[in-house]
Structures are given as C-alpha cells and as structure tokens.
Design a protein around this ligand. Structure first.
Ligand code: AMP
Length: 299
C-alpha cells in the first residue's frame, strides 16, 4: 500500500546540556516520512521556504519519498529552537517562527487522495480536517497534535479525533485534553469520541496502545546515550503507520507489532542530532534491533 503524511518541514536549532546544533533539518513530516520510508511508499504534503536547499530535499528523495505535495514559497521555512533539560526529556521552546508555515494550505495532488493510509502530523486541526475530508479511499488514518492546539482549538481537534482510527498523544497531552490524571481513563475518554485506538507515547518509557477491550504496553529500547530526542515521537508515528501500510493490516495484533517498530525506529532517531542517524538506517538494522526488543520483553 502507501502512506500520505502532512506536517511541518523545518529547520531546528537544538541545545542539549552538552552540545548545540544550528539550523539542522527537522519538522514532524521530515522525521515521520523518513521513518515510514523504511517500510512502504511515502507521499508528503508540506511547505518550505526558499532557504530549503536542494540538499535538504535530497535526503527525502534518497529515501524515495514522493515530495509532489511539497510547495516551495518565497520566504523562510518554519524554524524551531528548543533547549533540553538535564533529564534529556523535558524541553523549553525558545523560538517558534512559523514563516511560510503560517500560510500553509495543504493542497493534495489528485493521486494522493486515493492513498489508503494517512498520518496527520502536528498541524492546525482546521488543516488536518481539510486533508481528512479530501481523502477518498482511506483504510486507516491517525493523528498527532500538541499542547498548543489542545489549548486553543480543542473543539476542532475533537472533530478531527472523531473522524480518525487512531490518535497518538504523549501522556501530558492526554492529561491536558481530558483533565484526567489516570492515563488509561483519559485514553478511554478519547476512544469515546470515536477513534478505536489511542497510542500513548511515554518517551524513554516506551509506548502503549489502548484498543477496545485491551491494553498493550512496550518499553523503549534502552540506548546507551541519548544525543537528541527531537523527532522521536514523529519517527515513532512514521514507522508505526509505515509498518501497517506495508502489511496492509489494521487488526490489533498488527497494531501491537507496529508499536514495536515505532519504538525501534524512534530509538535510532535519538542516537544523533536531527535526522543524522535516522537517515542512515537499513531495514536490516531495524529488524535486528526489533529482535533484541522482542528478546528483552519475553519472560
Ligand atoms: P517531537 O520531538 O517528536 O515533538 O518533534 C519535534 C519536531 O517538531 C521538530 O523538528 C520541530 O521542527 C517540529 N515542531 C516544533 N514545534 C512545532 C509546531 N508548532 N508545529 C509543527 N511542528 C513543530
């Protein structure tokens, strides 16, 4: 099958307690699409400025990602700057410059509308809804978001949630959206809006899947040194949907396996800055680490 994804394409400046990187390639759609490309055909919709160089697009082209839905506009690309705390988990946003992303109006190439798998990465829920409504043959759709949209566009976001199969959130976002401290109760409240599945991303503690009548939880792969956690969640989402698309299965057993692949690919992403580790993987590397995870959790 194939996947369409929509989201930010960016330059990030990242500070960790021990190092910084200026204006490196980032954005939810960039991380997610590279992760997805290790599994299946990936088509992306996004916007970049005229500062987005051919070499940046080449990273995507090298992974055979279809950039037919990427619009180049006059002006600067989306820019985000963040600083990680000593725990290498929590972070402060120092700067968000929307630039051309402010005028982002996702226009889907005609052929994209018939792709069966959709990942709506973190963008304005109004735009997520527009994309969702333009899809003609969806088999599985999932959505990610962030605290900003939960705070200022909750009603629209709720409408998006009601129309997708799967919602991917981190534990804090579930608490913010539902007001529930108990994550399982929060996930159930979201399921009641419509999506069959809720995935709870828990950073270094892995991820969980709430499905009708079942709950599945998997730890993350323990990496020796986390260099830059940026994009781990997006890589998780990309690998998750890429696996489902390739298998062309959306039953709960396949979703559990997809969670494991999501964890595996995200564990590579955090081993270096930007997409530096993620972009240099092979499917063999991923499968090898996946086997180690399997061994790790078997008892
Ligand atoms: P993650 O670490 O998975 O939350 O993803 C971080 C990526 O999201 C970075 O590469 C940023 O460029 C991108 N990002 C940060 N803020 C926003 C935002 N407001 N809208 C869309 N993408 C964002």
């Amino acid at each position: 099958m194939a996947v369409v994804m929509v989201g930010s394409m960016a330059f990030d400046t990242i500070h960790t307690p021990t190092a910084s990187r200026e204006r490196v390639l980032g954005g939810a759609c960039v991380y997610a699409s590279i992760a997805c490309s290790y599994f299946d055909r990936t088509h992306i919709v996004g916007v970049v400025g005229d500062d987005f160089k051919d070499e940046n697009l080449k990273v995507l082209k090298d992974h055979k990602i279809d950039i037919g839905g990427v619009k180049r506009m006059a002006g600067k690309s989306f820019f985000w700057e963040g600083r990680y705390n000593a725990d290498m988990k929590t972070r402060d946003t120092i700067k968000t410059e929307l630039n051309v992303f402010e005028q982002f109006d996702p226009v889907m190439p005609e052929s994209f509308k018939y792709v069966p798998y959709l990942f709506l990465a973190n963008i304005d829920p109004d735009l997520q809804l527009k994309v969702l409504n333009s899809m003609q043959k969806l088999k599985f759709s999932m959505v990610d978001t962030m605290n900003l949209w939960i705070s200022i566009k909750k009603e629209k976001l709720t409408e998006v949630f009601s129309k997708v199969d799967c919602v991917v959130l981190n534990d804090e976002e579930i608490r913010l959206f539902t007001g529930k401290d108990n994550i399982l109760q929060g996930a159930k409240e979201i399921q009641a809006i419509g999506p069959r599945y809720v995935i709870i991303k828990k950073g270094e503690h892995g991820a969980a899947l709430a499905a009708p009548g079942s709950y599945f939880s998997l730890p993350s792969y323990p990496v020796d040194s986390v260099v830059d956690p940026t994009g781990a969640g997006d890589s998780f989402g990309g690998a998750f949907i890429g696996y489902l698309s390739k298998a062309n299965k959306t039953d709960v057993t396949s979703l559990k396996k997809a969670v494991a692949y999501g964890n595996t690919v995200a564990s590579f992403t955090v081993e270096d800055f930007s997409v530096d580790r993620l972009k240099n993987l092979t499917r063999r590397d991923i499968d090898k680490r996946m086997k180690k995870i399997k061994k790790m959790v078997r008892f």
